[in-house]
Design a protein around this ligand. Structure first.
Ligand SMILES: Cc1cc2nc3c(=O)[nH]c(=O)nc-3n(C[C@H](O)[C@H](O)[C@H](O)COP(=O)(O)O)c2cc1C
Length: 320
């Protein structure tokens, strides 16, 4: 998610779940070719498993960008065919590529020839008037024939003209059944559903129909939700029992980042939602937002913010 899932956010999310796949913000192929590649691509190895999301529509550029991604050690490359912003449309990529399956297929072929890591696609159920099941299926058929077996599908269409990107995440109605149908009729594909999913129970219901669930806004705004995922979805014990443990687990990373000229706010802004719905959440948020940007702000800001939130009981160790 642009401006959200940067490397600091992902490091924090990884503390909350060992197993969830994490995705970068969308980065354009040209930004990697002509821009500050290391700034865009570097990540901490603890972030694995990690996918790089690429935007672009030129096979050669997408292949070159994929090579960079593979060199940096990403586990997957995901092509963005879902973003409806004007900026992305003027670059002829994102959601408008749903109308150009042959171009996406050519990108996939070039990328697969360049790297061995899996290439996946994130898309919508349709764009503008091209929103029938048959049109979605035609897109998926052409792209899967080029070598994609995993599709992440945001279960609403996008209007390319007339709605802002934000409205395009809320206004077109969700149609989960459309995504279920795709899985039913293409059991050979891995289908991951996305859009409006807010609870673990909802994830579990979707998993009866499809292979995976992608959570966007809810996890970003209420990151503690992710701490339930390892146990409830993957059947592994969670490493963290309390939010306070999550904060403490970030201390070494934060200190290391501060020593490398990163400001506290760059990390702490992603932790603002940690106490979402808990007593003292407002004070937590306010302390982090107001004090993290001050000159010299360090981990003490988090300790101060913690003093406002109700302490959660620590797990009791029983000696038998
Ligand atoms: C601030 C913001 C930035 C986003 N950036 C991206 C992006 O870079 N790439 C992408 O595929 N989707 C992006 N999305 C869309 C989400 O990945 C997701 O598809 C959408 O929000 C619906 O899922 P949700 O209801 O779980 O949030 C973004 C969403 C938000 C709110």
């Amino acid at each position: 998610m642009l401006d959200c899932t940067d490397r600091h956010a992902r490091y924090f999310m990884r503390k909350l779940s060992r197993h969830a796949m994490l995705y970068t913000e969308m980065i354009t192929a040209n930004a990697l070719i002509f821009g500050d590649r290391d700034r865009h691509l570097r990540f901490d190895k603890q972030e694995h498993p990690l996918a790089l999301q690429l935007g672009g529509s030129e096979p050669e550029a997408m292949a070159q960008a994929s090579e960079f991604a593979a060199e940096y050690g990403y586990d997957e490359i995901n092509i963005n065919v879902g973003c409806p912003s004007d900026r992305v449309q003027s670059g002829s990529f994102g959601a408008c590529l749903m109308a150009e399956p042959a171009i996406v297929a050519a990108c996939v072929k070039a990328m697969r020839a360049a790297v061995d890591i899996p290439i996946t696609v994130k898309t919508r159920i349709g764009i503008d008037e091209a929103d029938t099941y048959t049109q979605l299926e035609e897109f998926v058929n052409q792209v899967s024939a080029a070598g994609v077996s995993t599709f992440i599908i945001h279960a609403r269409k996008a209007w390319l003209k007339g709605l802002s990107p934000k409205e395009n995440r809320d206004v077109p109605p969700l149609d989960y059944e459309r995504v279920y149908q795709l899985k039913r009729e293409h059991p050979e594909l891995e289908i991951i559903i996305n859009g409006g999913i807010k609870t673990i129970e909802e994830c579990q219901q979707h998993l009866e129909q499809v292979d995976g669930v992608m959570l966007g806004r809810e996890v970003y705004h209420n990151p503690w939700l992710l701490s339930e995922v390892d146990q409830a979805i993957y059947g592994h014990t969670s490493e963290l029992q309390t939010r306070e443990q999550a904060v403490a687990s970030m201390q070494p990373y934060i200190e290391q980042q501060l020593a490398n000229d990163t400001y506290l706010k760059h990390v702490s802004r992603h932790m603002i939602g940690l106490y979402h719905g808990r007593p003292g959440a407002r004070h937590w948020r306010r302390t982090l937002s107001e004090k993290s940007c001050k000159e010299g702000a360090d981990f003490e800001v988090l300790n101060e913010a913690l003093s406002f939130v109700t302490r959660e009981p620590q797990p009791i160790a029983v000696n038998t």
